[in-house]
Write a protein that binds this ligand. Structure first.
Ligand code: ATP
Ligand code: MG
Length: 445
């Protein structure tokens, strides 16, 4: 993409409505525009990152055998009356009447609808296990929408629903989700720590929230610093091997990490003092095993191997897709702007032309652009007739992890400059070497 042809409405001033850095940078970098409280348009660059995050979520869900589908945003009140949640849900639910006077709602989540799909089509244990998921807009009429996309009213969520014949299989589905989430967050350059969450009336310890540590997070968190060193990495996991998957979950959940809702002072005090940390975190996902809560009330039964009928065991598993943009920026920025992790960056590399209109410089930029595209990379070429300082400031603000700077002086020695946004370090290399380095970097992402 050439910047001269792109739509990147960068703001010079800090918008006064933004209280936290991610909101500020998303507005300044022209990624989003607020349309009303907690409701945003996604401008091209914001939309691009949103799509990259979605893509990672899809790949990791499909890798573990979960099936994507798409349900509507509008649902009927009647469906929610079956589970009893229409009256329970309260003010957060946006209730709507259509022209026939039928009561509808904009879905805040989809347990009822997925249970309705399940009961219409699945009858036998032979069709299980089954996990269906979607990435779809949700609406919750939050009292205090704030922090930009972090707490929106309309927001994008991945919501997955697992169906199993018995409790052990349902717990395996839970564990499979935990591991797939850990991998998804790592690919986004994040450390998201699974923390035991409050399970409410259902009991047990079968719900975890995933928290990204950040001073602006809304949850207070207590953890053993050793938990931040845990990495799933690229290890091969056999997702049909229940013990292996459970083992990974054990590895990530046996180190103390809890939110204030589940914090246990005595257990925390057993952690060596120098590793005991109190901080704040952003909830970027939650998994939940709730058994037969919806299947019983809505009549979603399956025939077992011995011919009896039992309500199906269910869980629901969510990722805050649009909130993740804010969380990633909170975790990765400096005073000049965003620093995108390679896994989610809107463009792989920025090309800065130091002397637009100089024939040799223009042609080197064009050659680099073509070579990168040839390697499957997406560059953003700042071909505007602007001062170098302004071009650098834009690149720093929008946070592409790599920049190649090309000017007449370097070119005289056959060199361009390759700069890391994260470290600020630059190297003088040939154009070909820059292409090789970038290809290698992104091959590993
Ligand atoms: P919170 O406690 O932050 O209100 P929640 O626990 O009500 O969230 P869930 O029902 O667990 O939310 O939804 C799954 C995920 O969707 C959350 O982990 C979060 O990342 C995201 N999410 C929830 N509410 C919002 C919102 N208002 N704006 C953006 N993302 C949200
Ligand atoms: Mg939650």
């Amino acid at each position: 993409m050439r910047l001269s042809r792109y739509f990147l409405p960068v703001l010079k001033e800090n918008p006064s409505e933004a209280q936290i850095v991610s909101h500020r940078y998303m507005l300044r970098a022209g990624m989003i525009k607020q349309q009303s409280a907690g409701i945003y348009s996604w401008l091209p660059m914001g939309f691009k990152v949103l799509k990259r995050i979605e893509q990672i979520v899809h790949e990791e869900q499909i890798r573990v055998g979960h099936l994507p589908l798409l349900m509507p945003t509008l649902q009927t009140a009647d469906l929610w009356r079956e589970s009893g949640r229409y009256d329970d849900y309260g003010q957060e639910m946006l209730r709507i009447k259509d022209r026939q006077g039928r009561e509808m709602l904009y879905g805040p989540t989809n347990e009822e609808m997925i249970t309705d799909i399940f009961r219409a089509h699945v009858n036998s244990y032979k069709d299980l296990p089954l996990t269906l998921y979607q990435i779809q807009w949700k609406f919750r009429d939050e009292v205090r929408p704030r922090f930009g996309v972090m707490r929106g009213r309309e927001f994008l969520m991945k919501d997955g629903y697992s169906f199993d014949i018995d409790r052990d299989s349902a717990l395996h589905a839970y564990n499979r989700h935990m591991v797939s989430y850990l991998r998804s967050y790592e690919r986004m350059g994040l450390t998201a720590i699974p923390m035991r969450a409050a399970s409410g009336p259902i009991g047990g310890d079968n719900t975890h929230e995933f928290l990204v540590l950040a001073s602006t997070g809304e949850s207070e968190v207590f953890y053993d610093s050793a938990v931040t060193d845990l990495k799933l990495g690229a290890r091969e996991v056999d997702f049909d091997d229940r013990a292996a998957v459970a083992g990974i979950c054990e590895e990530f959940t046996s180190v103390y990490a809890r939110t204030d809702e589940t914090h246990d002072e005595a257990l925390f005090n057993a952690v060596p003092e120098e590793r005991r940390k109190v901080g704040r975190g952003i909830e970027v996902g939650q998994i939940f095993y709730f058994g037969t809560k919806y299947s019983e009330s809505m009549g979603a039964n399956v025939v077992t191997a011995d011919g009896s009928r039992v309500p199906v065991e269910m869980g629901s598993h969510g990722i805050g897709v649009s909130r993740l943009l804010g969380a990633i920026i909170e975790a990765s920025h400096d005073d000049k702007g965003i620093i995108w992790p390679e896994g989610v960056t809107p463009f792989h590399v920025g090309i800065v032309n130091l002397k637009q209109g100089d024939a040799a410089t223009d042609s080197a930029c064009n050659a680099l652009y073509a070579a990168l595209v040839g390697k499957g990379l997406e560059p953003l070429y700042d071909d505007r007739d602007e001062r170098a300082g302004a071009k650098f400031a834009t690149m720093d603000l929008i946070g592409l992890p790599w920049r190649v700077t090309i000017g007449p002086r370097g070119l005289a020695n056959g060199k361009v400059e390759l700069t890391s946004r994260r470290t600020g370090e630059s190297e003088e290399v040939s154009l070909e070497a820059a292409v090789d380095r970038l290809t290698q970097i992104y091959a590993g992402v």
